[in-house]
Ligand binder design. Structure first.
Ligand SMILES: [Zn+2]
Length: 119
């Protein structure tokens, strides 16, 4: 899609959000490996000590907060009333779906992890 859309919306584009999601998400390969990756990192932090453990868990908590902000941004993009932005979304349906699945599943994962059995 070209970048000179005739609108002056100040909402971020899905492509902008996609970049943000890439930086936000954990590089933990497939979802089935997350549990193990989480336990590995937590285990390493625990060996390092209490400070490292707290830091790791704080990072996970921040990950949830940032993930929810990303979801808010996606929400803002989707509910736009601008006809040009809406038109653009038609072609970005799959990207939109991928972003939602990616962010929601990782946010939920951390929410469950932080609620249960970390202590
Ligand atoms: Zn627009």
């Amino acid at each position: 899609m070209d970048n000179d859309l005739p609108c002056s919306c100040d909402v971020p584009t899905l492509q902008t959000i996609e970049n943000a999601v890439r930086q936000w998400r954990k590089e933990w390969e497939s979802e089935s490996a997350w549990n193990e990756a989480f336990d590995d990192e937590l285990g390493r932090a625990r060996i390092e000590g209490e400070h490292a453990t707290t830091t790791f868990l704080d990072e996970c908590a921040q990950c949830i907060i940032d993930g929810k902000e990303l979801l808010e941004s996606i929400h803002d993009v989707v509910r736009t009333h601008c006809p040009y932005c809406r038109e653009g979304l038609k072609y970005d349906g799959i990207l939109l779906y991928d972003l939602l699945v990616c962010v929601v599943s990782q946010v939920k994962f951390f929410e469950v992890k932080l609620d249960t059995g970390c202590n």
